[in-house]
Design a binder for this molecule. Sequence first.
Ligand code: IMP
Ligand code: MG
Length: 184
Amino acid sequence: MADSELTLARTGGVPLSRIVYTAEQIADCVRDMGRQITEAIPEGEEILVLGLLKGSFIFLSDLVREITRPVQVDFLVASSYGSGTTSSGQVKLLYDPDAEFKGKHVILVEDIVDSGTTLNRLIPMLEEREPRSLEICALLHKHIAANLVREARWVGFDAPHEFLIGYGLDHSEKYRNLPFIGSL
Ligand code: IMP
Ligand code: MG
């Protein structure tokens, strides 16, 4: 099957307006981010990679394989979106890990920073658990959030102000399985 046919098969026939980041560009970027994280955390210190589900699941699984250190992995489920394409401003914690934060470098992995609402609600809650450090690693950043309580330390791509899908990102729970990132 040609690439375009494969894409249409995965989107259920819905054509994308364009491919924003190819699978190759994403792989290069994630490899680089993994290397930066590996270099940033001193050897022998504990790392807890905390993925924000669901959007980060593909990014996180690729990222942890590029971190050449022992890491602990856990997830957090926070929901800020309904089925639309704009943020509702509400953040609900649907799953909270029981992983110990004390003494660990906690890396919160987010697929995309948009309005910043999710991170602004989560960061103070996670800080209360007294991690050794708490940093944000985001694959994409739209740079539209005006008052982020904490800026992401690692950002893969400065994303266009469009609604993006693929590589974990969804629209109404679809398109997460696209191997690249596209614009709807
Ligand atoms: P924020 O709270 O507005 O920063 O939004 C964060 C969450 O909204 C992300 O983790 C995504 O799940 C979702 N989101 C934001 N922008 C997009 C997008 O362009 N495509 C898909 N999901 C998005
Ligand atoms: Mg998300």
